[in-house]
Design a protein around this ligand. Sequence first.
Ligand SMILES: Nc1ncnc2c1ncn2[C@@H]1O[C@H](COP(=O)(O)OP(=O)(O)OP(=O)(O)O)[C@@H](O)[C@H]1O
Ligand SMILES: [Mg+2]
Length: 326
Amino acid sequence: MKIAFVGKGGSGKTTLSALFIRHLAHAGAPVVAVDADINQHLGPALGMNEAEAAALPAMGDRLPLIKDYLRGSNPRIVSAETMIKTTPPGEGSRLLRVREDNPVYDACARPVELDGGAVRLMVTGPFTESDVGVACYHSKTGAVELCLNHLVDGHGEYVVVDMTAGSDSFASGLFTRFDITFLVAEPTRKGVSVYRQYKEYARDFGVVLKVVGNKVQGQDDLDFLRTEVGDDLLVTVGHSDWVRALEKGRPPRFELLEDANRRALRLLQTAVDATYELRNWERYTRQMVHFHLKNAASWGNARTGVDLAAQIDPGFVLGEGAVVRV
Ligand SMILES: Nc1ncnc2c1ncn2[C@@H]1O[C@H](COP(=O)(O)OP(=O)(O)OP(=O)(O)O)[C@@H](O)[C@H]1O
Ligand SMILES: [Mg+2]
């Protein structure tokens, strides 16, 4: 199950991603955590100290390795150089699974021990000016998108991405790669305006978008969110002393998280799991092809000097039954 946390800067994306990851790990579920946010804070939010977080390998620096592994023996993708962030898998491509060891995890993922279990953490690495543009060849989130487009995840397996709702994710199609997107919003006009914009993009692509209200204090905040986002409001989280203690460098045990917030996390998982029924691998594959053609035409063909439309394998549908040829 692929889950994105998006929202305005400072709304609590990283905090809620980290809490949800802790909740899943505590429940014994396999988790791959991905930090694709401009402000790379997921490692520290999962309890890493500065030195440990700084030592994490950046996916953005390992794009050639990721591309070479994923293209495998796919005859339509002649080199890693011609593989762009939207290049879809086809016959001969290697696929990724949540529970396995593979060279991509070896190079990019590090284990993080949490109460109840370890998760794999992957980080895009710090963003530069050129990563925030729309037509970016070396985009950091491109590595995440390639992994998601080659990932065959099943029920009870989780990939949680702490992400920015930036224009590049709309241009590349990254925003369509999730079973569910949690939009973290504080009860403010700015928080809600990010929701409206996201909803607008999401409309034509069957994106499941739910709002998680954060830093909600009392009835007036709740009423405000309810009025502004209606039924898309899934749950709200209040100020958490547990989170504050973590920020002070005194991480409490996960069991000590406030009851109301633990309930909220359970509700998030229920919402995630319920989307399994809505899965449609055929549509998922079709959307990656759609965005690949769009990116090929707008910058990819010119950038690589080849016709990237030829990379599409018309007979290929990604899915849990997909055959991996290694
Ligand atoms: N429910 C909460 N209770 C207490 N503190 C919170 C809560 N949610 C977020 N915070 C605090 O608010 C600050 C911003 O949260 P966080 O870093 O998660 O936001 P973000 O959306 O990831 O921000 P950025 O855009 O900078 O990545 C942090 O200091 C965090 O500890
Ligand atoms: Mg953040």
